[in-house]
Design a protein around this ligand. Sequence first.
Ligand SMILES: [Zn+2]
Ligand SMILES: [Zn+2]
Length: 234
Amino acid sequence: MIPLISSSCVLCDTSVNKEISLCDACQADLPAISHACRACGIPLDEAQSICGQCLKSPPKVDYSLSLYHYEIPIDYLITELKFTQKLSHAAILGFLLKQQLLKNNPKDLPDALLPVPLHRKRLIKRGFNQSLEIAKIVAKELNIPIENQLIQRSKATRAQTELNLKQRKTNIKGCFNLKNPNEKMPDLQHIVIIDDVVTTGATTNELAKVLKSAGVKKVGVWSIARAVLHHKVI
Ligand SMILES: [Zn+2]
Ligand SMILES: [Zn+2]
């Protein structure tokens, strides 16, 4: 349980007395995704449960949950977290994710959470992995271990921002691998990848591919936001 804190809302400055520095009114105004493709998490009309792309070419990821559209103020919170070291925003985003998960009451919880790994150089530059910081909150509340040493990002990739869908897939291909391929994999049947923002799903799918080739049976993705390709995600 996260203790109640007395502070002001990060978005409107109203004083708040709850677990996170986000007032109820601002939380209610966040751009929630009401309905999405169950496989890739892209927002959809109510009538569909799976998108055309996933029907045509089923992704390696078995299911996805993205909470919000990558729009104001979610994009602001994520950008500030990553580029101005506002680690307190990770507590807010992690709280929102765990709150939604508790509401959904999933029956089939994963054996472990896997935050999308950053390349070593980027990790050194940023000082932390935002997905790991978000995962920590969820892991604690749902009592699921974090598996942070299984996979590494061995290839420093170009920023996905500048690339189209096809280029993103090529750019990310082969960039993840098992850290200790000769060691026995821990017995993990079901893993959920934690990401801050999913755009095309190229990164999470590449990770799922590596996990499945190592024997993991089911891979899900829980992310804070889902962007579409024309959004500028940095
Ligand atoms: Zn507020
Ligand atoms: Zn889909």
